[in-house]
Write a protein that binds this ligand. Structure first.
Ligand SMILES: C[S@@+](CC[C@H](N)C(=O)[O-])C[C@H]1O[C@@H](n2cnc3c(N)ncnc32)[C@H](O)[C@@H]1O
Length: 150
């Protein structure tokens, strides 16, 4: 007799259904990123955001960072991947460079979207009490890990 694993249902073709790996106690909430912390779900071990914060103005980013800091446990981390440039000066140079290369669409996006200014964001996060690390992914994409130090 063949031994079968009863926990893993066998598909008609003989293969196994991929094991679902999802965190326990997960909930999905549709909310404005600036209002989600008002749902009193925390405190959180980590907060992750991909390519959303560049829709917020600089003031809104600052407000979000403060809410995240309050919402994290000590030692908790905020992880961001997003469209970022180092500074206002770097932003102007990027726009010029993309125009010079004939990529006016990207130049216009940099102009119109609220790209993070890494220097200002790092200063803001550090002032709140985060230990901040940055990493460049590509010309316009960067990552930031902000750890709430105890
Ligand atoms: C470029 S998409 C990124 C989507 C996804 N995070 C990803 O990495 O594929 C930006 C997303 O941000 C959402 N967004 C923009 N402003 C937001 C806000 N204030 N609160 C929550 N989501 C927002 C948009 O609806 C959109 O789905």
């Amino acid at each position: 007799m063949r031994r079968t694993d009863r926990r893993r249902p066998v598909w008609p073709h003989g293969g196994y259904r991929a094991k679902k790996v999802s965190p326990p106690n997960r909930r999905f909430i549709r909310a404005d990123i600036l209002e989600v912390f008002e749902h009193e779900l925390g405190p959180f071990n980590s907060v992750i955001s991909a390519y959303t914060v560049h829709h917020l103005t600089d003031d809104e980013k600052g407000a979000l960072f403060a809410k995240i800091f309050t919402g994290l446990i000590p030692g908790g981390r905020a992880v961001f991947g997003d469209l970022m440039v180092q500074s206002s000066e770097a932003k102007a140079l990027k726009i010029q460079a993309y125009v010079a290369n004939g990529d006016t669409k990207t130049a216009q996006d940099i102009e119109e979207e609220f790209f993070w200014l890494i220097g200002a964001a790092v200063a803001n996060l550090s002032q709140l009490g985060f230990l901040v690390k940055t990493r460049r992914f590509s010309d316009l994409s960067h990552g930031i890990v902000a750890e709430k130090v105890n």
